[in-house]
Write a protein that binds this ligand. Structure first.
Ligand code: NAD
Ligand code: 13P
Length: 352
């Protein structure tokens, strides 16, 4: 058959690493076109140059992944329609808050036979209830969408340190195998699991747990407290996921997307880092401020996800069942002090 053409929609920190991983494989594997298109949300750098031009000239995303060569077959493209028009494999990897707008722009612009995968950790909350990003993509564009999540701090994968990831797929195992082939390298081990919702909810909800872990660090509470927060957080992740989708499997929480992503993000992620600074400042500086100062244009997902989860919890009358998730949001918006995260953890667990 004909070769698959891959386009990556997004070019932030993880987006750039994903493009690099994929591009190393399309060069080696006959079933893919060498070229990987990467859609870039265009911006002008302080030097006055366009980011896209600099990426194509230097083969580096100097703003979001400095110092790493992406591979000569990665082509940055500022034109979204042009970037997707020939692709039959679309990899979505932008901060989750931008996906609704991007999907609207893509309606009618993608090929009919296209397969998609989302690397995006987050969700949208609609009047009808929560909508996972992979679902937003499938519904708006009328295409199938798998997910890839895992313990994947982008900067570590960029320098080819070993890690694992989980592909969540709906029912077509062959398509899952195609994604596994596209992403797997000796330093990136990908396992397919037939549980899209479970995998995606793991990736999404762990960002809320990481905010809680950051508060604990900012309060100098130590390792035992942080481990307790991770355990309670994992338990809330599982309970919330199963209440939303009864199909979610327990075993998914033992994959890379579950416990491993909770651990790495609570140890070394951006959500943890900014939440630590928030607690050290006694909650007096906003997350927006700290994010802009500390992350150089990269985006936090945990604060908005905590708000989105809170909306679901209050709407469904579940607040009492999820004290950790609810407390994270209350702290983020300044209704509770950062120390409330610890007061919570001293309470008796309300979930079995
Ligand atoms: P990022 O945090 O580096 O965000 C910056 C990106 O957002 C840039 O490409 C920028 O151009 C883009 N952007 C800014 N404003 C925009 C707008 N108005 N419209 C569209 N794009 C805009 O992004 P990332 O690290 O690639 O994260 C993408 C997703 O991957 C997130 O859901 C994140 O949780 C997930 N993820 C990240 C990591 C990581 O270590 N960075 C690891 C695993 C998963
Ligand atoms: P942060 O966004 O907190 O850095 O987490 C990255 C991640 O998802 C690691 O798997």
């Amino acid at each position: 058959g004909s070769k698959s053409k891959v386009t990556v929609v997004g070019s932030g920190n993880w987006g750039s690493v994903a493009a690099k991983l994929i591009a190393s494989n399309t060069l080696k594997l006959n079933s893919f076109h060498d070229e990987v298109r990467m859609w870039v949300f265009e911006e002008t750098l302080q030097t006055g140059e366009k980011l896209t031009d600099v990426i194509n000239k230097t083969n580096e995303n100097v703003k979001y992944l400095p110092g790493i060569k992406l591979g000569k077959n990665v082509i940055a493209d500022p034109d979204l329609d042009n970037a997707v028009k020939d692709a039959n494999m679309l990899v979505f990897v932008t901060p989750h808050q931008f996906m609704e707008g991007i999907c609207k722009r893509l309606v009618g612009k993608v090929r009919g036979d296209v397969e998609a995968i989302s690397l995006i950790k987050g969700m949208e909350v609609k009047m009808e209830g929560p909508c996972m990003i992979s679902n937003l993509i499938s519904e708006q564009l009328g295409i199938n969408c798998s997910v890839l999540m895992g313990a994947n701090i982008a900067n570590e994968i960029a320098v080819e340190k070993f890690s694992e990831a989980t592909v969540g797929y709906r029912d077509n195992r062959e398509i899952a195998e195609q994604w596994v082939k596209l992403f797997s390298t000796p330093y990136f081990m990908v396992t397919p699991v037939q549980d899209v919702e479970g995998v995606e909810l793991c990736g999404t909800l762990k960002n809320v747990v990481a905010i809680a872990a950051g508060f604990v660090d900012g309060l100098d509470m130590g390792n035992n407290t942080k481990a307790a927060i991770m355990r309670i957080g994992l338990r809330e992740m599982r309970a919330f996921s199963k209440l939303l989708f009864s199909s979610v499997r327990d075993s998914t929480f033992f994959e890379s997307c579950g416990v491993a992503d909770v651990i790495t993000t609570c140890l070394g992620g951006r959500n943890r880092k900014v939440a630590e600074a928030f607690a050290r400042n006694g909650g007096k500086r906003s997350f927006d401020d700290l994010e802009a100062e500390m992350l150089q244009g990269q985006k936090l997902q945990g604060v908005s996800t905590a708000r989105e989860v809170y909306e679901v919890l209050s709407h469904r009358g579940w607040l009492e069942l999820f004290p950790l998730f609810a407390t994270v949001h209350e702290i983020c918006v300044g209704r509770l002090p950062p120390s409330a995260i610890v007061e919570y953890s001293e309470k008796k667990p309300r979930l079995s």
